[in-house]
Design a protein around this ligand. Structure first.
Ligand SMILES: *Cc1c(COP(=O)(O)O)cnc(C)c1O
Length: 314
């Protein structure tokens, strides 16, 4: 985690008898992105924010569209809100936006898009997402989940927050769990129109982010040096892992995240062997990919240990 976040945590521990005040973090995010604070909704992780969007817009008799192999929270949030999940077949493991557009029904209220996606790491170029947004009816909310946004190489980045001016039905979600290294504190946020933010703020628990999380996240947002280090570590680790996978003869899906999915074959058996070596990866049979495993980018030593264990497991 960011040393600045760590220092902020140490300071915040002296005022835990107080209820949280989310002003400082909202102000920091607003300043960071050049947006008004009324467009920001904080969450206990972005998972919380996704759930809040679902509870605002979904109910029995409504439906939500998402891609096959997309982040598991979309069907879960859809189902817990009592709505019907509409999974659309993926194209090359990624979102098929034309098919997703065609799947929108009159009762559809949310389209979930992960960009980049977890667990596949696939990425939709921003011009395609923008064209999709322009084609979607205004009464359908498009949730653009950008949990891995900060890992994109500079040439693939876009100021998606600027799209909010043109699309009042757009909800962008981001998190402090990934590049900022604060997964255990649980902080994420949504950027949207003031009208949708107002609805989401009515539904969320009033103190859904705790004092420690708020203080650490505000400090982390400012720690550009740490973010650059995380980014560089991820790039180097991705190269190390993908070279290693290639050397061992495994196919993998080129990933823009902090993980890579590879075709293990008998994934369950390989996973068991890796576990016996003390290496934990993620089987993704539950995502409709029974032959695949997803491995997170670690430190150089962790990546090397994974590759050595995988070589033995074959
Ligand atoms: C990790 C992840 C999230 C949310 O993580 P939080 O820790 O709840 O912020 C959201 N979307 C995707 C695609 C993710 O991979």
């Amino acid at each position: 985690m960011s040393p600045k976040a760590k220092a902020a945590l140490a300071k915040a521990i002296d005022s835990l008898e107080r209820y949280p005040d989310d002003f400082v973090l909202k102000q920091a995010i607003a300043g960071h992105l050049g947006l008004g604070m009324e467009r920001i909704v904080l969450g206990n992780g972005s998972n919380d924010v996704l759930d809040i969007v679902a509870r605002v817009f979904l109910a029995p008799g409504r439906s939500a569209v998402f891609s096959q192999h997309a982040f598991a929270v979309y069907p879960l949030a859809t189902l817990t809100a009592g709505a019907e999940p509409l999974a659309v077949a993926a194209k090359d493991f990624g979102h098929d936006l034309a098919a997703m557009r065609a799947a929108i029904r009159p009762d559809t209220r949310i389209v979930w898009i992960a960009n980049p996606n977890n667990p596949t790491g696939t990425f939709l170029p921003h011009d395609e997402v923008l064209a999709f947004l322009s084609s979607v009816p205004q009464d359908v909310v498009v949730v653009l989940d950008e949990a891995y946004n900060e890992y994109l190489p500079p040439e693939e980045r876009a100021d998606t927050a600027a799209w909010l001016a043109d699309f009042p039905n757009l909800v962008i979600t981001r998190t402090f769990s990934k590049i900022y290294g604060l997964a255990g504190l649980r902080v994420g946020y949504a950027l949207t129109s003031a009208a949708i933010a107002d609805l989401m703020n009515r539904i969320r628990q009033p103190f859904n982010c705790n004092n420690l999380a708020l203080a650490a996240a505000a400090a982390a947002l400012d720690d550009h040096e740490f973010v650059e280090r995380s980014y560089a570590l991820n790039r180097a680790g991705m190269a190390q892992l993908t070279e290693g996978l290639r050397r061992l003869g495994y196919d993998y899906i080129p990933s823009r995240g902090n993980f890579v999915a590879f075709r293990a074959g008998d994934a369950a058996a390989i996973n068991q062997k890796l576990l016996r070596e003390g290496v934990i990866v993620r089987p993704i049979a539950g995502y409709g990919m029974p032959e695949w495993l997803r491995v997170t980018i670690g430190t150089e030593a962790e990546n090397a240990r994974f590759l050595a264990a995988l070589a033995l497991a074959r």
